[in-house]
Write a protein that binds this ligand. Structure first.
Ligand code: DGT
Ligand code: CA
Ligand code: CA
Ligand code: ZN
Length: 589
């Protein structure tokens, strides 16, 4: 348990006691204790003990015992009971800015308002809140806080958060006051999660620079509101609604803090449990070797994260893998694979052009990928059923094929253009063209673009039928999800992977940062079933060829190595792979 976890629990206890209108001394004891623990300069579990009690000025015996219970068991019976003793709706209401326990309690009792949604409805329907001490201005502000709460409790796309984080960090690095230390992005953003809850930044600053650094931080133009300030921990909300957590540490603590705040929580917890057995204690403040009799003052010094893991005879674990998904065991067995890198990609598939809904012409897309250093590009415009995207009729497609043949002569020796299509998978699993037309193509991406609401078993069948089609080279965006906007259609992914494996069909990793579909949580499984993954930009203009960067992030999160990715192969290899897939399926028909 970290200091902030314990402080958080004490803060909540104080709030619940206030809802229950308990003795104000008792309430104050808890909120004071929370403040003391939050500003403690060391990990609470390292604080010296006297008579088995944790000795912190300002914290009495009763609370000290509660801290001990939390540290020993990870739970506090008193707190668990307390939470159960008040309606959940009230606990939700007090999360709103400008709404304290007393008022939340009154809203619940008088108007049966049991939560934030209820309160919003009450405000919109003009419930007579005014008669109960809520002025017009207060009501207006409450409405605003609900809207903010809803917007801000949301997660953010990796790209959007990254852009803001990089801008903030570069502003911080540019302090006129020369910094000695380092500033790094941590948290889920460093782990390259597809969406993130907030931006975590860890900075090492010399004590004499602390004040100037904090001042610079708080003066950032893009800050909407300061949530918390303290000596070493600051929280602000940016105008976009994203929250930024800053942790300032002394130089010698940087690696430990960076590791801790990179997470994930699951990774940290697993590492701690494992290393406890070997007599180590790991916290945001350091690695401590137990030197007998429970004395853990022996601090183990490391200069970087590779050395950090090496203390435990583990391989370095890349941040992308720190999800508590087997990486700790693998690192102990020196079985962390060498992950795929963006530079391993030799070419790209899934590119749209002005033939359908792309914004740049086919030749412009070819030129752009040549400039990016790619050896091949696979064009796949939309098929005829995708009328909204101006899908190609059979004869349109044939004329595009002829055009590409011409370009391949022009670009000979420079870049190879593969002829393909992104064919809709029709409701019964058939593709959009007859076999004769499909056989003229080098590759076919089959994707679902309609009838998303089928029951899961039917959707699964539909996609399996497409996999069985000899002309299907790969399946596009497996679930059709749009991150933070639309859930994917229901589909049995493990079953699809079984069939993809059986029919040697490739699965796309759609690298559009809004899709990142297939989900990385399934990539390891795909690889274990020998399914090849293709990292595709699904580019609709030249500048989004760059999306593959986000795809590589996700491939890494799925433990993919170079050989697991289709488009790390040479153009020659690909021609053979595509032909083999088709022949294999035609033969096994
Ligand atoms: P997010 O922000 O929801 O996308 O995910 P994270 O992983 O960035 O989570 P966040 O911002 O709450 O915390 C950053 C890291 O700090 C987290 O990955 C691990 C560490 N950390 C935070 N809270 C705890 C905790 O309660 N226990 C442990 N062991 N580590 C924590
Ligand atoms: Ca975070
Ligand atoms: Ca955070
Ligand atoms: Zn598509």
């Amino acid at each position: 348990m970290t200091n902030s976890e314990i402080a958080g629990i004490f803060e909540q206890i104080a709030e619940i006691l206030e809802i229950k209108a308990e003795n104000s001394f008792k309430i104050r004891a808890y909120s004071n204790a929370a403040r003391v623990i939050n500003s403690l300069g060391e990990n609470i579990s390292e604080v010296s003990k006297e008579d088995g009690l944790i000795n912190i000025p300002g914290i009495g015996k009763d609370l000290s015992l509660k801290i001990k219970e939390l540290l020993d068991t990870g739970h506090l019976v008193y707190y668990d009971e307390l939470v159960k003793s008040v309606p959940q709706g009230i606990l939700e209401l007090i999360k709103l800015r400008g709404l304290g326990p007393k008022k939340a309690n009154m809203l619940y009792k008088t108007f049966h308002i049991n939560g934030i949604d209820d309160l919003y409805d009450a405000i919109l329907s003009n419930k007579p809140l005014k008669a109960h001490g809520f002025g017009e201005k207060t009501i207006e502000n409450l409405k605003k806080s609900i809207e903010e709460y809803r917007a801000f409790s949301q997660r953010f796309l990796y790209v959007d958060a990254l852009e803001q984080a990089l801008a903030f960090v570069s502003y911080l690095k540019n302090t006129p006051h020369k910094l000695s230390g380092e500033i790094m992005i941590a948290g889920s953003l460093r782990r390259k999660m597809e969406t993130v809850g907030d931006i975590d930044i860890v900075a090492s600053v010399e004590e004499k620079d602390n004040k100037a650094f904090i001042e610079r931080f708080l003066n950032y133009d893009d800050i909407l509101r300061v949530e918390s300030t303290g000596g070493t921990k600051l929280g602000v909300v940016l105008k976009s609604g994203i929250h930024v957590d800053l942790r300032i540490v002394p130089d010698e603590d940087f690696v430990y803090a960076l590791h801790h705040f990179t997470g994930s929580k699951l990774h940290n917890e697993e590492l701690r449990t494992l290393e406890k057995k070997d007599g180590y204690k790991i916290s945001e403040y350091g690695i401590f070797k137990d030197e007998g009799a429970g004395n853990t003052t022996g601090r183990v010094r490391v200069a970087n994260e590779a050395e950090f893991y090496n203390v435990f005879r583990m391989q370095f674990i890349p941040p992308e893998l720190r999800e508590g998904a087997g990486e700790i065991e693998a690192a102990s067995n020196h079985a962390i694979p060498e992950l795929v890198e963006e530079r391993d990609l030799q070419g790209i598939f899934h590119v749209h052009t002005t033939y359908t809904d792309g914004k740049d012409s086919l030749e412009e897309m070819v030129e752009a990928s040549l400039k990016s250093g790619y050896k091949y590009i696979g064009i796949s415009d939309h098929s005829v059923s995708a009328y909204y995207a101006n899908g190609l009729t059979g004869s349109d497609l044939k004329s595009q094929i002829g055009y590409i043949d011409g370009l391949n002569n022009k670009y000979k020796g420079k870049i190879k253009i593969f002829k393909g299509i992104e064919s809709d998978i029709l409701a019964d699993g058939k593709l959009d063209y007859d076999d004769e037309t499909l056989s003229m193509l080098d590759f076919v991406i089959a994707s679902v673009h309609s009838k998303f609401n089928m029951p899961e078993f039917r959707m699964t069948e539909r996609i399996i039928n497409a996999i069985k089609n000899p002309y299907t080279t790969m399946i596009g965006h497996l679930t059709g999800r749009l991150l933070l906007e639309r859930k994917g259609y229901g589909v049995d992914v493990p079953k699809i992977l079984d069939y993809a494996s059986k029919y040697r069909t490739i699965i796309e990793l759609n690298a559009n940062p809004k899709r990142l579909d297939i989900d990385w949580r399934y990539i390891k499984e795909a690889i274990s079933k020998s399914v090849l993954i293709s990292i595709n930009p699904d580019a609709h203009n030249a500048s989004s060829l760059y999306f593959v960067h986000y795809g590589v992030n996700i491939a890494k999160k799925g433990w993919a190595t170079k050989s697991d990715i289709l488009n790390t192969r040479s153009a020659g290899d690909l021609l053979r792979i595509f032909r083999d897939i088709r022949n294999y399926k035609l033969m096994s028909k």
